[in-house]
Design a protein around this ligand. Sequence first.
Ligand code: GLY
Ligand code: MN
Ligand code: MN
Length: 477
Amino acid sequence: MRFKNTLFLLLFFLLSSNISGQQYTDDLGAEFHKKKRQEFRNQMPPNSIAFFFTSPIMKRSNDTDFMYHQDPNFYYLTGWREPHGVLVIYKDKQQDEAGLYNEILFVRERNEYREMWDGKRLGLKGAENMSFDRVLLRSSFDENSINIKNFSNVLNMDIRDDVRDFKDDKYDLYNIQNKFLEIISAKEISENLGDQKKEFKNTSINNIMSNLRQTKDSLEIKLLTKAVKISSLAQIEVMKAIHGEMTEREIQGIHEFIYRKYGAAHEGYNSIVGAGANSCILHYITNDAVDIDNQLILMDLGAEYRGYTADVTRTIPVNGKFSEEQKEIYDIVYESQEEAIKKAVIGNTFNDIYIESFKIISSGLMKLGIIDNIEEARKYYPHGVSHHIGLDVHDPGSRTLKKNMIITVEPGIYIPENSDCDPKWWNIGVRIEDDILITESNPINLSADAPRLSTEIEILMKQESIINQLDLPDIDN
Ligand code: GLY
Ligand code: MN
Ligand code: MN
């Protein structure tokens, strides 16, 4: 009886503490975000203040929104996943009646009715468990609550290409954000600054954020490794399952089903699944071709796991065997990637990787008689070879490699119809893309699970996939 009571009390305590201390699933944890805020502060210029705004909610159609996705800089520094928030970071400690502080997170209020429709909000209480110096409601954030004229440098998000949210009239943070931008870019402010006049600056946060985000902590490497592994396993399953009657959409669906099966919330970017002519469109996302048999199919997809996104491409023959021409082109891209990956070492630049890949692609195309001089190769290999990955598929960072960066190596050859070469090469598009961890010794290919060698792909494609046992009724006849 006593034991039962204790158990009851313990359960009650656990449940009630969970209600008041609601948290998100966050594998990085409050300490990670706090450490990153301090690292950001360390790089802020003297007497400066920085503003970060959450991503807007974006309308999809009528009263339906796109799935909410937090701004990656905001997430990196806070772990906060809700809209309508502002993070303010001060270089130096500030003081008011309530005490000392050097950061404030402004959050939206709780709302029982909205939570019934849209899900839980953490509110002030939830944020209080997340190691912020100070948390306030967004209603106390307005253009008068912080006297930015006290600072000689204001650091801001670069929102040139962004579409901000205008849905919440009551506390329209995004209008306030725009007002802020106007105030700090207005001439009068520097004129009113007196002695500080010459020093006042309005700077982008991008440089500091890029310095921080470009090399990954061990927790981030773990999450990215998992995102890449999931994406590679999806490539493997598709290699086994694919056949000539499938459609681009169906193949996209198999990848994305496997992402969810492993707990990835969604894709890190729009999935690219293009066969034949579509394989030559670099960022083809329509994925609606239905007649794909006997063609090469280019599949560039990445699972987003706990915010971190992979970016993996495989190009395979739909019918399981490369034609002579497909194999010639494929093997050049493979060799180019093999050699390029070897250049992914500390101190080298993206350009060193590119030059290596370009050398092999251009000489390969020359040998096949597709081009007559080396420069022409750019026509068929028109993109760069590397970028960082992380919270963004194109993560910020320097082009010079350092330990614990994770980058892609992704050469390609694309020969659209009507190209100036023998028509037997037309509509062949090949990209092979892997995610590479830069280490003190050899680069580590995180996506090595998914075969790249043409002969290995053909062997794997002979295997059966359980996916093909799915027997759904015909609804068209
Ligand atoms: N998936 C886009 C890229 O490869 O950069
Ligand atoms: Mn990429
Ligand atoms: Mn890609």
